[in-house]
Design a protein around this ligand. Structure first.
Ligand code: ADP
Ligand code: ZN
Ligand code: ZN
Length: 839
């Protein structure tokens, strides 16, 4: 694969032909070389967005990665059709970052581009073409041939046509040669319609004619004129009330939103008349989709511990590029970030703060907004594409020098980052699973930082093993915050044995006696409760009591989850839905029962156990709308809800004063997950959710329900003994060759036919075995879920040395193998997926 690393050239003068290597948002292994038409030569450089033809029909937006004078050897270069802006949209650091990402994560740079650019900055392939209206065939120095004439005539009549239309007109299958020749003849075909899918938000405003606004006499005359037309007079009076130009004529410049007049009940037709008579003017301006935010305060006062941590971080940055801030839940990491961000901004640098999921962290965003106001951009997972483009442009223009965002915000066009902070660095939502690039935003952020010569701060109460390992090996600096802010204490833990309670008949609707008592205590004291169960729906499955039949998804190898809402069974992998049958299709029995615990069922049980309590639920199903989370959290924050039940969504970042009790319904479910990270994740999840309790004066209580309270991990979580837990687990990882001791690559093979998938997977596996690199290869085996969306899944795992170039050599050869396989007739239609550092 061609690498761009450190190999960027500027456009050169001279008369010979110029070519550009263009990154296209498609999964192809290389960049394509296009010819730069003479008329565009002066206007193009690295990072510019251009329009090119790709294949026979597709028109795509590409990014210029390199300009040179070497024509391609294996094909004839097509011309670049148009350039989209007079400036680069992507800077050289970004292009190097994309190239690194493609190389490291074994994907194509076009796939990285696709992930990086908001779709508003990419052209779709159903583009329409138009003739440049200023083109004049009669005066053109280049004569047109018959087919070109014909095409131009057709275009003149229709204004715009699709590629297919053009083919119909000419009666031939391919027209790209003709279009190319037209472009070179400068009968330029333009793509106005599709240049930008981004729609800026436009506001219609009204203002006085500027002559009138500046001249009191003129204004009086206008009022005399409309004195017999009360509706017009009313409009003018309303305008003057909102925009008192008689006090300050300058105010008229800004005018008034038309909507204000309409909403105030003014007559639309009278308004029209005033505009027609030249008294008022209507005009349009582009406005932000975001509210104008003001910062409320300047200073932050750090506690002594925070101040010390902040000093230590700065000292560590003198020697290390990356520092881990290991601060327990509630220790006040946010305030430490704030002071560091303020300093970086004051020094003229840009700052990026990565959060796992913005919607879940309204608290921290709200707090940052207070301090940073309008210079802070937020890049949200639920933003519309137009909003994303606005943030993108805001970073380009310098409006946003600080961005808080989810993982995709690493792609924003920063050009002078000084500091990158990754909050809750252990969170797996930083990893992108699908589609490629399957990157980890924390790891990518460290690389991005390095490219900018910036510093990275990783913050968490429960570091990922990878990060903690790097800190212990002194690759990263290490700073701790060991006390909660203020007088808050860490919560008091209780283990509740579900089996013992069951035997004694004390387990009611899956709640142990202790759990029920603690919830009741909180309710009696007007305090709030969080209940955690990482499973949405009512029950994980339904089962026939007589024959044991369990309904499964038609398209995937999983059982269907029962959702009481809608009385449906749903597949959480493909979205397939089905009504619950009246009787068992296997034996006809009518005894079908829901087995296991989902958040819906817990909500229902709580209603029965605590009829006086107000209960809400927060999971994927209740938060699908844009402001879903926010509404639930506001309700909870304002005290309208006593008990909040939720999935992992409630484990993160919540900081509510009145939460004193946290209940974990089923800790075993988290512990017995068949993955080498299960222990690590259990420690993180349980510590994080427990950390929501008792964050102010009153000490919190955490109840962990389990069937095996004797497990050592519970003692370690309760004692906050991360280090011993880590050392113990790391022993296992080292013994069985797992990260961070090795690098993992997961190679998945998918096909709709079981045998074909298996055969391809085996073949690939053998070829990987031949790669001359020290490695351990496992598999191929049926995936943990053997079929998803009708595709059978096989997986191989490669374990590689984490140091040296074994990794990059293996990846390099693997890509060549895959390219070859994909070109093979026998393996057409098979998907091979490479996941580097899989989760
Ligand atoms: P963490 O992210 O480490 O879990 P937070 O940053 O959420 O902790 O801080 C915990 C609580 O303490 C928050 O309510 C926060 O507002 C408060 N807090 C932390 N530091 C300060 C400070 N320096 N001044 C005032 N309040 C603080
Ligand atoms: Zn049955
Ligand atoms: Zn399914």
């Amino acid at each position: 694969m061609e690498t761009l690393f450190g190999d960027l050239e500027e456009i050169k003068d001279g008369d010979s032909a110029f070519f550009a290597d263009v990154i296209l948002p498609v999964p192809i292994p290389k960049m394509f070389t296009y010819k730069i038409p003479r008329n565009l030569k002066e206007e193009i450089g690295i990072g510019f967005r251009v329009i090119v033809q790709f294949g026979k029909k597709k028109i795509l937006t590409g990014i210029i990665a390199k300009v040179h004078q070497k024509p391609p050897t294996s094909y004839e270069a097509k011309p670049i059709l148009d350039v989209l802006e007079a400036h680069a949209s992507v800077n050289p650091i970004q292009i190097r970052f994309w190239a690194w990402m493609a190389e490291y994560y074994c994907c194509h740079i076009g796939e990285v581009m696709n992930a990086a650019l908001p779709s508003g900055l990419k052209l779709s392939s159903e583009s329409k073409i138009q003739l440049n209206p200023t083109f004049d065939a009669d005066t053109s120095p280049y004569p047109l041939d018959d087919r070109e004439e014909l095409l131009l005539q057709a275009l003149r009549q229709k204004e715009e046509m699709s590629y297919e239309d053009c083919e119909v007109v000419l009666g031939i299958k391919s027209i790209h040669g003709i279009i190319k020749s037209l472009v070179i003849k400068e009968a330029i075909l333009v793509f106005e319609e599709v240049k930008e899918k981004y729609n800026p938000k436009v506001e219609t405003r009204i203002r006085l004619n500027s002559e009138i606004s500046r001249d009191k006499k003129a204004l009086e005359a206008v009022f005399n004129e409309v004195s017999s037309k009360p509706k017009q007079e009313e409009i003018l009076l309303k305008y003057l009330q909102e925009v008192p130009v008689y006090r300050n004529p300058e105010l008229n410049q800004k005018g008034l939103e038309k909507k204000v007049l309409i909403d105030a009940g003014m007559s639309v037709s009278s308004l029209k008349t005033l505009i027609k008579n030249g008294v008022l003017e209507e005009y349009k301006i582009i406005v932000s989709r975001f509210e104008d935010e003001q910062s409320l305060e300047e200073g932050v006062v750090l506690s002594e511990g925070q101040q010390q941590a902040q000093q230590e971080i700065k000292a560590a940055f003198e020697e290390k590029n990356t520092v881990l801030l290991h601060g327990i839940t509630g220790s006040g990491k946010t305030e430490v970030y704030i002071t560091l961000i303020q300093e970086a901004l004051a020094g003229g640098s840009q700052v990026l703060l990565l959060l796992p999921e913005i919607a879940l962290t309204t608290h921290i965003v709200g707090r940052l907004r207070q301090v940073f106001g309008g210079k802070m951009g937020v890049y949200h997972s639920k933003y519309s594409d137009n909003e994303r483009v606005e943030v993108w442009n805001g970073v380009l223009s310098g409006k946003f020098s600080f961005v808080v965002g989810v993982r995709s915000s690493i792609f924003l066009p920063f050009d002078s980052l000084g500091l990158v902070i990754v909050d809750e660095e252990h969170e797996i939502s930083f990893k992108q699973f699908d589609p490629a690039p399957r990157f980890h935003a924390r790891d990518a952020a460290i690389m991005l930082s390095w490219l900018h010569q910036a510093k990275t701060l990783l913050g968490t109460a429960t570091p990922s093993f990878e990060t903690f390992y790097n800190a212990r090996m002194k690759k990263y600096g290490y700073v701790t915050l060991e006390k909660r802010y203020g007088d808050a204490q860490l919560p008091e833990y209780h283990l509740a044995d579900m089996l013992v309670d069951k035997k004694k008949n004390l387990l009611k609707l899956d709640f142990t006696r202790l759990m029920r008592e603690k919830i009741q205590d909180a309710l009696n004291n007007q305090e709030q409760v969080l209940i955690f169960q990482n499973r949405r729906g009512y029950a994980p499955y339904i089962s026939c009591e007589d024959c044991g039949w369990i309904p499964e998804c038609e398209h995937c190898d999983v059982s269907l989850t029962y959702h009481q809402f809608g009385a449906e069974m749903r597949c959480h992998y493909c979205g397939f839905k089905e009504k619950v049958p009246h009787s068992c299709p296997a034996c006809g029995s009518s005894k079908l029962s829901a087995v296991g615990l989902g958040t819906e069922r817990i909500e229902e049980s709580l209603g029965l156990l605590f009829p006086e309590a107000r209960i809400a639920r927060m999971d994927l199903d209740t938060t699908r709308s844009k402001y879903g989370y926010q509404r639930i959290l506001e309700d909870f924050g304002s005290g309208n809800v006593d008990i909040l039940v939720g999935t992992q969504m409630i484990t993160k970042g919540l900081d509510f004063e009145k939460v004193t009790v946290v209940g974990i319904m089923d800790a075993d479910r988290i512990l017995y997950f068949p993955d080498f990270r299960a222990g690590e994740r259990a420690f993180q999840q349980l510590t994080q959710v427990a950390g929501r309790a008792g964050r102010r004066e009153k000490r919190g209580v955490v109840i962990i329900q389990t069937r095996r309270p004797e497990q050592q991990i519970f003692q370690q979580i309760m004692a906050g003994d991360y280090k011993n837990f880590y050392i113990q687990e790391m022993g296992e990882r080292q013994r069985f060759f797992y990260p961070p001791f090795v690098k993992l690559l997961k190679i998945t093979t998918r096909h709709k036919d079981f045998k074909t998938a298996e055969k391809a997977a085996k073949h690939l596996h053998n070829l990987m075995g031949d790669i001359q690199v020290k490695k351990i290869l496992l598999g191929p085996e049926k995936g943990l879920i053997g079929k998803i969306k009708n595709q059978f899944i096989f997986e191989s795992i490669a374990k590689l040395d984490r140091t040296g170039n074994a990794q990059s050599q293996f990846k390099h050869e693997l890509l060549l193998i895959l390219e070859e396989l994909q070109a093979h007739k026998e393996f057409r239609g098979i998907r091979f997926i490479v996941d580097v550092d899989p989760y």
